[in-house]
Design a protein around this ligand. Structure first.
Ligand code: ADP
Ligand code: 6PG
Length: 195
């Protein structure tokens, strides 16, 4: 599919598909990247073995476990965006600080909370955040059906517990996980054409 991008969005280059485990990030992200002809990264592929083992044992990751992983993803995004490559990243990115790290890298962790609240600090890339949002009931039913994934359904509540849905001044849209996949993809591509 060829999508004529809004010029501001064409400059932005990076889309983050975020949400709790089982919200559909990997499915939607891969489909979207393929529809747009953009590069796709799934953050799950970049977890160090210790993180996978921890989650596999039913222990939620801590900020210390997630920060190096998010910094690696920032470096990957920045390298692509700097070379003009359009990218889609599927990543839970549950807290605002995690999304700041994806945008600004490790330096976000040293910015004062008030600066982050205002979206301050040098930003190396524009990111459009797509939040796949849904209820614990709907998403846990999907996770119970999903087979062969390291993330156990028992960790879902811990993901809702720390979720900070994106809000202004973040550049975001929220889409219900209850929409079907073609509806989700067309909502996103419409946003890219008009944002
Ligand atoms: N919009 C949707 N409607 C119905 N099922 C979906 C939808 N999006 C994803 N799924 C299914 O839900 C499960 C979790 O999706 P997945 O992409 O693995 O989520 P995540 O990457 O956020 O953990 C998968 O079995 C997937 O096929
Ligand atoms: O497909 C999934 O079930 C999720 O994507 C899952 O793997 C998880 O959300 C993160 O990869 C772990 O990191 P967080 O604990 O930071 O969400």
């Amino acid at each position: 599919m060829r999508v004529e991008l809004d010029p501001a969005m064409a400059a932005a280059c990076a889309l983050l598909v975020m949400g709790v485990s089982g919200s559909g990030k990997s499915t939607v992200g891969a489909l979207l990247a393929s529809e747009l002809g953009w590069k796709f990264y799934d953050a799950d592929d970049y977890h160090p073995e210790e993180n996978r083992r921890k989650m596999g044992k039913g222990i939620p990751l801590s900020d210390q476990d997630r920060i190096p992983w998010l910094c690696t993803l920032h470096d990957i995004l920045l390298r692509d965006v700097a070379s003009g490559q359009h990218v889609v990243l599927a990543c839970s990115a549950l807290k605002k600080i995690y999304r700041d790290i994806l945008i600004r890298g490790k330096k976000s962790t040293s910015l004062k909370y008030a600066e982050l609240e205002k979206g301050e600090g040098p930003s190396e890339m524009q990111l459009l955040v797509i939040h796949l949002s849904g209820s614990l009931e709907v998403i846990s039913a999907r996770l119970r059906q999903r087979k062969g994934h390291f993330m156990p359904p028992e960790l879902l509540q811990s993901q809702f517990d720390i979720l900070e849905p994106p809000s202004a001044p973040e550049n975001f849209i929220q889409i219900s996980v209850e929409k079907n996949l073609p509806e989700i993809i067309s909502t996103i591509t419409r946003t890219l054409q008009t944002s």
